[in-house]
Design a binder for this molecule. Sequence first.
Ligand SMILES: C[S@@+](CC[C@H](N)C(=O)[O-])C[C@H]1O[C@@H](n2cnc3c(N)ncnc32)[C@H](O)[C@@H]1O
Length: 319
Amino acid sequence: MTSRTGKLHAHEPDLLARLDAAERLPGAEELRAYSYDLLRAAPGARVVDVGCGAGRAVAELDARGLRAAGVDPDAQTLAVARHRWPGADVRVADAYGLPFADASLDGWRADKVFHELREPARALAEARRVLVPGGRAVLLGQDWDTVVIDSDDPALTRALVHARADAVTAPRAARRHRTLLLEAGFLAVTAEVRTVVSTGPATLPMLVQLAALAGAFPRERVDGWLAEQRERAATDRLFVAVPVFLAAGTAPGRPPARGRHRGGQPPSTPTTAASGSSRSVQNSGHASPSAAGRASLYTSAVPGTSPSRAKSAGASRSS
Ligand SMILES: C[S@@+](CC[C@H](N)C(=O)[O-])C[C@H]1O[C@@H](n2cnc3c(N)ncnc32)[C@H](O)[C@@H]1O
């Protein structure tokens, strides 16, 4: 649903269905697990999932032995979260005013949220307030201008992707995750990109929604575009790739002595992003050897979802 300003409401009716579909895409579960690893939180650590939506991450963090809470300004979505995950600690609040005391949390996470924020710096200032020194912040989300769809009509595809991006409050927020963390004063900031590849029919509803944004394009051409995508799905030729941008950083100051961090370097030590992919490409855009300059941008597939493996995973879902 779009508002009169053309922007999408946070509680658009089909949002939960689309998020549920996204959670089922090949690689999505691994990506969430990786984002939890980036929190470097030991059992018992206190973490918040900001913009928690239907609460899956809160439940999964709890299952890791963390003390997780979720916040979201949308009460209807939180009602779904409470229904799905009874006992989960989810609260109505937004990223700018978290219901936690100063320096009371070890981890802060926001997944697919910053594209909805008009004031991302304010949200990260709030993250700094609630995090203990040495606490971790993890951001992930897609860049709405950077969705790859194979089509015989690339010009229309480009127009549709851009129209969808223009309906989002901050469509290019994700490419700024690293910069936002640095500007908020986080240390040891890492950034990387992992691409979710979809080849199965689960992506068709998203493509139908995209086609509805065709605006001035002739109806027959848009119908043809959609028919081609349906045919691709039916014949296992669909290809949609969505790069997900992850960035993580450490709140400045010495961590408490209780040994909160697990398997990571001391929080004040600058680090570079790690990637297990042999296809990683390091961004050499920085000449500076500073902490910020050493943080690297990697491009890699989600572990276990190389395009060919992702394809067979998608195909198996279509059968
Ligand atoms: C695309 S959903 C993502 C939900 C969840 N993080 C996930 O990965 O499934 C974006 C969520 O951000 C929430 N949101 C919107 N504005 C927000 C704000 N100012 N502060 C915190 N959350 C916000 C929306 O209500 C919605 O639940």
